[in-house]
Design a protein around this ligand. Structure first.
Ligand SMILES: Nc1ncnc2c1ncn2[C@@H]1O[C@H](COP(=O)(O)OP(=O)(O)OP(=O)(O)O)[C@@H](O)[C@H]1O
Ligand SMILES: [Mg+2]
Length: 256
């Protein structure tokens, strides 16, 4: 029997959305992927090619029409505590403070203890927003809101962190700051990142593996290994070369 310990495996999934009285939509076709622990993956592809659908399937929020997703040797049929999905719109509650928003995911699971509060405050500190802990979300910038959403996810201590274009609404500088921050968090927490983006530079900077999906319905067009000792500096020749390579592969498989 195949062993899938500590790893997320997608085995030949096809996903078709159906609803009574409506035409069905094929979102993904014959996807087979393997996401070993502590790696960083980026997924890039044209709008509508099924990127969000793939994350929803990995998060156990959708069940594939055919094929299977395995986590720790079990088929995923529902959300798993070790796998967290961070959506693009932050999902914060405007009537809660930064600290209460960051504690919210944990509070759904158990009664919050002082140790939880201290741990979440330490996460807010790491994210540079501890001083904002008593503020409400309308008093925060977009970058700060995204940090709160990240804090709430990190409080759950995920082994897999799935992110759907998390920084796409931010200006270029804030976006780069958050990319750097996420890489530093990755070094501390050792989660596996699966990061969806439309942005080629972001895909190359964030992923040590890059998956390129074809235009809808999404298929895996290319998987690129992007590992470099010490990471790629944004202004290095190697970084630009990798971006050019990804751009030409994307153009070969359809526009983003
Ligand atoms: N709940 C749904 N019911 C029916 N069709 C859906 C549903 N969600 C998504 N789709 C369709 O599935 C396809 C893939 O959608 P998905 O949101 O996964 O794409 P995406 O790659 O994330 O796109 P974008 O880059 O624009 O966010 C699209 O054709 C979309 O219209
Ligand atoms: Mg999407």
């Amino acid at each position: 029997m195949l062993q899938f310990e500590q790893s997320l495996q997608v085995e030949n999934i096809t996903h078709i959305y159906t609803s009574p009285g409506k035409e069905s939509t094929t979102a993904l076709v014959n996807i087979t992927l393997s996401f070993p622990r502590t790696d960083r993956w980026t997924i890039i592809g044209p709008s509508g090619c099924g990127k969000t659908s793939l994350l929803l399937l990995l998060a156990g929020l959708l069940f594939p029409s055919s094929g299977r997703i395995h986590f720790n040797n079990r088929i995923i049929r529902s959300p798993q505590p070790e796998i967290s999905l961070l959506l693009q719109d932050y999902g914060l509650f405007p009537w809660k403070t930064v600290l209460d928003n960051a504690l919210f995911g944990l509070a759904l699971k158990r009664t919050i203890k002082l140790a939880d509060i201290n741990r979440v405050l330490a996460i807010l500190e790491l994210l540079g927003i501890r001083e904002q802990q008593h503020k409400h979300t309308h008093e925060l910038s977009g970058g700060q809101r995204q940090r709160v959403a990240l804090a709430r996810t990190l409080a759950l201590e995920p082994k897999y962190l799935l992110m759907d274009e998390p920084f796409s609404a931010l200006d270029a500088l804030t976006r780069e700051q958050l990319q750097d921050l996420l890489l530093n968090l990755w070094k501390i927490f050792h989660f596996t990142i699966i990061f969806v983006t439309h942005n080629i530079e972001e895909a190359v900077f964030m992923g040590n593996n890059i998956i390129i999906l074809s235009p809808a319905p999404g298929r895996v067009a290319h998987t690129i290994t992007n590992i470099s000792p010490g990471g790629l500096a944004r202004n290095s020749a190697e970084f630009h070369e990798r971006c050019t390579e990804v751009r030409s592969l994307l153009e070969g498989s359809g526009k983003i």
